[in-house]
Design a protein. Structure first.
Length: 234
């Protein structure tokens, strides 16, 4: 479904990604594991069309998309739930969700998508007329996920969805990702909670200093001594 091959990205003179290769098959949850500064967000943003690679390929369903503007990538069926949520705080919940359906892909299924979001997150329905900036952190994350779903994506990249949330809310967010995957959504998960993300993942990649250093099933990486020592404190 998604192929990244020999991808290299620079921010000025600093190299963020160095020859990264990975693949995502339809229906999978792929976890990207790594320390802060390893290049995880740079990878997500490059796939999403927010950074232009210096070299390498990004192909979605066989179509080369590296360097495409982000609105074209999104309209193709690739969604992103950004780190830090990045909702529009002065707009209402309903207005934020409407923003997610602005592209042609979203407009075509707007009403159906909105009902799906409200079924999944009834709290958003209760607060649809409330300014998004007044929501709790967990509610804002629900809104960020809901806004992404309004574009009816086939693949969603989640960048640190549990960041800054209370443990109970973290479990709810990760359960939502699992349920979306069971409904057929393909997911790429960048998550600081390494143990949980590897348990959720079909397969996973370890990213260190802009390079893929390990890959395998979630269970294989959970059992790998290098992963256990570096990320699980075991």
């Amino acid at each position: 479904m998604l192929l990244v091959e020999n991808l290299s990205v620079f921010h000025g003179d600093a190299q963020a990604l160095d020859g990264v290769t990975l693949e995502v098959k339809q229906g999978e949850i792929i976890a990207i594991v790594g320390a802060n500064g390893a290049g995880k967000t740079s990878l997500i943003r490059t796939i999403a069309g927010m950074h232009k690679p210096a070299s390498g390929r990004v192909a979605y369903r066989g179509e080369e998309i590296a360097g495409w503007p982000s609105h074209r990538v999104c309209n193709l069926g690739i969604g992103q739930v950004a780190e830090g949520r990045q909702i529009f705080p002065s707009l209402t919940v309903a207005e934020n969700l409407a923003m997610g359906a602005m592209l042609p892909r979203g407009r075509a299924q707007r009403d159906e998508a909105l009902q799906r979001v409200y079924r999944m997150f009834p709290r958003l329905l209760e607060r649809q007329h409330q300014a998004a900036g007044t929501l709790s952190g967990g509610e804002q994350q629900m809104l960020a996920i809901g806004r992404c779903l309004m574009a009816s994506p086939d693949l969603v990249m989640f960048d640190e969805p549990s960041l800054g949330l209370a443990p109970a809310i973290v479990q709810q967010v990760l359960k939502t990702i699992h349920e979306l995957n069971r409904e057929g959504l393909t997911c790429v998960l960048v998550e600081q909670n390494v143990a949980v993300s590897l348990k959720l993942a079909s397969r996973a990649y370890v990213l260190e200093n802009g390079r893929i250093t390990l890959s395998g099933t979630g269970d294989e990486l959970l059992a790998d001594d290098r992963v256990r020592q570096a990320y699980l404190g075991l």
